[in-house]
Design a protein around this ligand. Sequence first.
Ligand SMILES: Nc1ncnc2c1ncn2[C@@H]1O[C@H](COP(=O)(O)OP(=O)(O)OP(=O)(O)O)[C@@H](O)[C@H]1O
Length: 274
Amino acid sequence: MPTYQLQNLTVRHLRAPSAPALQTINLTIEQGEQLALIGPSGAGKTTLLATLSLSHKPAEGSFHAFGADPWALGEAARHRLRAQLFLAPQTPPLPPRQRVVTAVLAARLPQWSVWRALVSLFKPDDPQAAWQALSRFNLGDKLYSRVDRLSGGERQRCGLARLLLSPAKALLVDEPLSALDPALSELTLATLREEAAARNATLICSLHQVELALAHFPRIVALRNGRVEFDLPREQVTPQMIAALYQGEQPAVADDTPHEDDAMAVKLGVGACL
Ligand SMILES: Nc1ncnc2c1ncn2[C@@H]1O[C@H](COP(=O)(O)OP(=O)(O)OP(=O)(O)O)[C@@H](O)[C@H]1O
């Protein structure tokens, strides 16, 4: 059974109902697949991830997660389905005064009784598991730091360590590298892919760094203006497709950087990682 089946899906934001953020999206994503979502700013990547995590109710079309239409289910059944999905937003909503250990272990809250959750606030339930998850992102030494004393990149990795502790079967990750240097970016993507493969979870990751998307993900789904521009194995994605996808976008580098040739111009135009 596929993790997701979307047919002619349209999604509108409440505050902008006249301009759909996603239009006629058709996607089938099998369990265990790993795919990258790319596309220019405003293309709809975050909206798609939020829809897949059941945060947005589609306006039109058909949407199935694990074979069920979540929006035809009752509240309790939808809640159980939601527990199978983990969305790691670009800026994780971590309580600022909380310790990292508590914030990471919060990923297990849906599995815990209210009593166990309350006790864990004062005495972390399984600090070893939190430390192991943090260590996989080079953050083990921050186990007992306060969240508001973390840098942007540390906070981002703390949010991803939560993902490692959640039992979800679909891992939805929104721009995990925006505050990370190149070495940490590689480590982060490798860790996410290893984790997804180890538990046969589906991994869907939005990325601005096209080169990293092509290097790490076998399937590339490109969005532009709320529509799927292409959905291809990475071997079939050409520089021309990438150039067309980002046409009209501002290069993500300083204006005075010399562009040596067209291929490099494309690389600079799309590579927020450079
Ligand atoms: N809360 C909102 N209310 C109204 N419109 C929204 C809202 N969030 C996003 N939009 C609009 O929906 C469209 C898709 O936005 P979205 O954030 O999904 O794009 P994105 O590809 O993730 O962009 P970025 O790469 O900049 O994060 C844009 O036109 C955006 O302006």
